[in-house]
Design a protein around this ligand. Structure first.
Ligand SMILES: [Zn+2]
Length: 293
């Protein structure tokens, strides 16, 4: 083995160690105040995270992130360390249970649950255990004003689900939106429930909005909890490059197995889950280009 190669391997080993060390040393949950704001916080439990806003008239919480775990109890205790003001709202980011289950402790405190109308309809149909049914539904837009804070709930169309809200704090120039604009990461597994090509249209709409910081539903590599427009542009570029490469593979008759083996996107090799999830993301685009699914 050449000296160059040995050095290269050491660098790779160090990167892997850093990522593993972060996962091993991070406490089970933590609350972080968003720098430069007076009242915006991120509650993280395991690898999920949720935004909450504290005002003198009450708290606006979002996803309880409590699927088969006591996250909401910890979430409420963390809020109570900051304020005794009532928790007025719990707003669901979208309909997926790993983000919205476990909200009962918030309901018991009298919080009003809000979600996009498609999320409310789906929850009412499926009646998943431990998911509080939303009290109120949002269609295209709703603005919540509480204690001097304004929070917009915006629907920009179908993307990672048909019920994803973009929650925007216009004064703070922060958005919270979950699972479809990951930080330096591929899309999740086979992109179940994802609408193509609508997701690209939605990304363009979000990029055109007035905001500076993005809070996603999961931290990125190294535990990074907040992104920027650069992350949104990178997420869009990844989908466009993936789509173009899989379209070509489809035309060459390579879907599924040969496409999953041959399509590489070296520009995105540093994305989280590039190794395990790229072939699954390719499968999703094979279905789109091959069958119009
Ligand atoms: Zn999701």
């Amino acid at each position: 083995m050449s000296r160059m190669c040995a050095v290269g391997m050491m660098v790779v080993a160090a990167v892997v160690l850093t990522a593993t060390a972060h996962a091993q040393t991070a406490p089970p949950f933590a609350t972080t105040k968003v720098e430069g704001t007076e009242n915006v916080y991120i509650f993280r439990y395991g690898n999920h995270q949720s935004m909450f806003v504290v005002t003198p008239q009450g708290v606006i919480a979002t996803d309880p992130i409590g699927l088969r775990r006591p996250a909401a109890v910890a979430y409420i205790e963390e809020i109570r360390k900051i304020t005794k003001a009532p928790i007025k709202y719990v707003i669901y980011s979208h309909s997926h249970f790993d983000h919205i289950a476990g909200g009962k402790p918030f309901k018991d405190l009298g919080a009003v649950f809000v979600a996009h109308k498609n999320a409310k309809a789906r929850i009412e149909t499926l009646r998943p255990a431990d998911v509080v049914v939303p009290d109120q539904a949002v269609d295209r837009k709703r603005t919540i004003t509480l204690g001097g804070t304004t929070l917009e709930l915006l629907y920009v169309g179908k993307n990672h689900s048909d019920s994803t809200l973009v929650m925007r704090l216009p004064k703070e120039k922060i958005i919270f939106t979950v699972d479809w604009i990951p930080l330096q990461s591929t899309q999740f597994r086979v992109m179940a429930d994802t609408y193509i090509p609508d997701i690209e249209e939605g990304l363009n709409k979000v990029i055109a909005m007035d905001w500076e910081r993005l809070i996603p539903g999961h931290p990125g590599p190294g535990g990074r909890q907040i992104g920027t427009k650069e992350d949104a542009r990178a997420a869009l570029a990844y989908l466009q490059d993936l789509s173009a490469a899989v379209k070509k593979a489809t035309e060459e008759g390579k879907c599924y197995a040969d496409a999953e083996r041959d399509v590489k996107l070296p520009k995105y090799e540093n994305f989280a889950n590039y190794g395990p999830f790229l072939p699954m993301n390719i499968e999703r685009y094979c279905d789109f280009h091959n069958r119009g699914i």
